[in-house]
Design a protein around this ligand. Structure first.
Ligand code: 572
Ligand code: ZN
Length: 353
């Protein structure tokens, strides 16, 4: 390959210290591909590292390349790569597990202790002009899917995983707490999997309107002064009964509590949103009603299904994108994400020249 020299890369050095740097173009290993990056979405976790420098035990200690919701085009392949060729457009699954541990062997590779996940310290992400990745964690996009959709497969996989874990099926009635990107992808997945009624809550009307446009059967605006019993009653009214499943996507204590008290006896609550480490929940209420509370963590084997979902053409997930920036405008993009100015839902950075 006649290698272009420039590889503009967005590197987080410390809290509020994000820089654009020119780094060497990486060389793909035998099982890897070199990608020309196209779309990279900004995720809540990226913003968290930018503003706080850590999420739980994952602490930024060395400069880290940002970005993990991404798509790109193959420009070079390692000598063992059989599934891709130069020119292929791909969605990048950002977590590459060890493939050897019991979790990996059992198929739940999202729980692998040694997973290398883009832009989770100490591992670099892919917000750059060029980036190398394991070829078998790149999914060739059909011609009818755009690079934006390729990048949005990452959050969509989170929604697909949450709905599979919750056993959403034909006739499920679902409460989704939180109408941010993860609430929206959970809504899209739940409707695609056959949920008959989905109700979405949030505090921001604009987000609820977006939920409606993605097929929510109802939306519920929650206010600080609403009490749990009143909200649970409103949920029941809106759905014509208590939901069989709640998908918690806000990480906010009051919403987590609502999900637990609102779900019907024997129902399931899946916890997708991540808030503070310690949360007070009505556990005995849940136990006495045999409510199943499940943790969900990222995704495993969900990209192919998420791609199938978009391939039906029934949802235009790109409606989630409220802001677009070039790679050169990365600092502006992160500032928009940090301040929330202009009510961003999904911010997309375009890396190709
Ligand atoms: O796109 C995957 C993803 N996962 C998130 C957050 C945003 N995007 N998680 C929340 C944070 N955890 S973590 O365990 N961690 C930093 C590794 O606290 C991962 C899942
Ligand atoms: Zn993410």
């Amino acid at each position: 390959m006649d290698a272009p020299e420039e590889n503009l890369t967005a590197v987080l050095h410390a809290v509020n210290d994000l820089r654009l740097e020119n780094r060497p173009i990486p060389v793909p290993k035998d099982d890897e591909v070199l990608l020309e990056m196209h779309c990279v979405g900004i995720c809540g976790s990226d913003v968290h590292y930018y503003v706080k420098g850590a999420i739980g035990d994952f602490v930024l200690k060395e400069p880290m390349v940002m970005g993990h919701e991404a798509s790109g085009v193959v420009v070079e392949i390692g000598k063992n790569v059989k599934n891709l060729k130069p020119g292929d457009r791909v969605a990048i699954e950002p977590g590459v597990p060890c493939r050897k541990c019991s979790y990996c062997k059992e198929g739940c590779y999202n729980l692998c202790r040694d997973i290398v996940f883009c832009a989770t310290p100490p591992y670099h992400g892919n917000l750059a002009r060029y980036y190398t990745h394991a070829a078998d964690f790149c999914y060739k996009l059909p011609d009818y899917l755009t690079m934006e959709e390729g990048a949005l497969l990452e959050p969509l996989a989170v929604g697909v995983h949450a709905c599979r874990k919750a056993n959403v099926t034909l006739g499920s009635t679902v409460l989704i707490t939180g109408s941010g990107p993860i609430g929206l992808v959970s809504l899209i997945a739940a409707k695609a999997m056959g949920a008959s009624k989905v109700l979405v809550t949030d505090v921001v009307t604009q987000r609820l309107n977006l939920a409606k446009s993605f097929g929510a059967d109802g939306v519920l605006s929650v206010r600080k002064y609403d009490t749990e019993p009143i909200l649970a009653e409103k949920v029941k009214e809106a759905l014509g009964g208590m939901p069989s499943i709640c998908i918690e996507c806000s990480g906010v204590e009051s919403s987590i509590r609502l999900a637990i008290v609102a779900v019907r006896a024997g129902g399931t609550v899946v916890m997708v949103g991540m808030g503070p480490q310690d949360v007070k929940v009505p556990l005995i209420n849940a136990c006495c009603r045999e409510v199943v509370i499940k943790g969900v963590f990222r995704y495993a084997n969900d990209y192919p299904l998420a791609m199938e979902l978009l391939s039906t053409g029934k949802v235009d997930i790109r409606k989630m994108i409220t802001h677009n920036y070039t790679l050169e405008e990365t600092l502006l993009a992160y500032d928009t994400a940090r301040t929330g100015q202009g009510n961003p839902v999904k911010i997309m950075i375009h890396c190709n020249k």
